[in-house]
Design a binder for this molecule. Structure first.
Ligand code: GLA
Length: 392
């Protein structure tokens, strides 16, 4: 039985028989352009075929009931439209859904009645593949459809980001929610996060594929470390504003940055800003290389991205470094790097098809030897953004 069928049965067993509407919202993998989105730079993510399924049924009262098939036990988390909606730690994962309802209402959207929602998915949680953005945008898409709110995918993405920032306390940029909402099969999105202008680029890799590898490392304090990086970058920006008329680090070239770097008082902030500026330029170069079919250059830029994330931005960790190094040793790996927010999670690599078997054999073995941990490899399927599926 496929995931959607299982979810349908789960929803009926929890909420009782009847009709539900079904939706899907993908995860995303970022090919290059990491920690550039809140620095006004470019990113290059694609939506995945892995993601979150959701089913919804409206109620004739104001109760909101949520159930996740991925959580042990089948307890239902409950909230209500009758009272102001506030974050409640006891509601755990459901805060990602409840926050979107709150932000929709804050924007003036009318949510006239309660509902029952059940979700399930196949994205590993907290692994840098945007499991949170996937469920936020899922919720936004479901309510947009059910209540004819008339929002565009980008508006849903912005509301979801606002919810994650203000409701869940994670100061993420727009990349994840944008990619999840606007994904297109077999395409990556070259997104300018300053303007939200997005160009779809076909991901034609000829004799290569994208492999995602989960390190299975999750560090605690990820949110606070992420928020620290965001603060450090913006402090660096304030120093550079004394020299350049800029509003974001993404507006600088490498040369402009190098000329003024010593204006950044704090050496740690200087490294953070260097990453943001150079990574943005790497992303622009990488997209140009992909357009020309120059995968070698694309791969080298991915490797440089990892080194910068490891040394200047310091969002990698020894386990993920070991995982990336194991991939760099294989000649058919064109490029490999940590992907997503960091501090554990997944790597992304472009691998020649004739090296995939060697990759599958050698990378988990080398990783296990170095860390004692199991690596899990997924072949990335690039899919469409969040959408309604058939009625059940
Ligand atoms: C997380 C955030 C994104 C982005 C990445 C790093 O996934 O949600 O906004 O900043 O980290 O590139």
């Amino acid at each position: 039985m496929n995931l959607l069928e299982q979810l349908k049965q789960h929803a009926k067993s929890i909420f009782g028989d009847g009709e539900f509407d079904a939706f899907f919202s993908p995860g995303r993998v970022n090919l290059i352009g990491e920690h550039t989105d809140y620095n006004g730079g470019h990113v290059f993510p694609c939506a995945l075929t892995m993601g979150t399924y959701g089913v919804i049924r409206l109620r004739d009262d104001k109760r909101m009931l949520f159930s996740s098939m991925n959580k042990k036990g089948s307890q239902v988390v409950e909230s209500t439209l009758d009272q102001p909606i506030v974050y409640d730690a006891a509601k755990g994962w459901a805060n990602y859904l409840i926050g979107v309802v709150a932000k929709l209402m804050e924007r003036g959207c009318v949510i006239p009645c309660g509902f029952e929602v059940a979700i399930t998915g196949d994205i590993p949680n907290g692994a840098g593949l945007s499991s949170s953005a996937s469920i936020e945008v899922l919720m936004g898409t479901m309510l947009n459809t059910e209540f004819s709110l008339g929002l565009t995918p980008t508006e849903i993405a912005l509301i979801s980001q606002k919810s994650e920032n203000e409701f869940n306390g994670m100061n993420c940029g727009i990349m994840d929610q944008f990619a999840v909402a606007n994904g297109k099969k077999d395409h990556a999105m070259f997104l300018d996060t300053n303007t939200l202008e997005c160009a779809y680029a076909p991901v034609k890799l000829d004799d290569a594929i994208i492999l995602i590898t989960n390190s299975n490392v999750k560090h605690s304090l990820v949110t606070s470390a992420y928020n620290d990086r965001r603060r450090e970058s913006s402090e660096a920006l304030e120093d550079l504003k004394k020299v350049y008329p800029i509003t974001s680090l993404g507006m600088l070239s490498e040369e402009e940055f190098d000329r003024a770097a010593d204006q950044i008082a704090d050496p740690v902030n200087r490294k953070r800003a260097k990453h943001a500026v150079y990574e943005n330029q790497r992303t622009i170069k990488a997209v140009a290389a992909l357009e020309k079919g120059d995968l070698e250059t694309f791969g080298k830029l991915m490797n440089a991205s990892h080194i910068s994330l490891r040394d200047d931005y310091e969002v990698s960790c020894p386990e993920v470094d070991a995982l990336v190094e194991a991939q760099w040793k294989i000649p058919g790996v064109l490029g490999a790097r940590i992907t997503g927010g960091g501090f554990g999670g997944c790597t992304v690599a472009i691998v020649r098809k004739d090296a995939v078997e060697q990759f599958r054999r050698e990378v988990p073995a080398a990783y296990k030897k170095a860390t004692g941990l199991e690596a899990v490899i997924y072949e990335a399927g690039i899919g469409d953004g969040a959408r309604a599926l058939e009625a059940l």
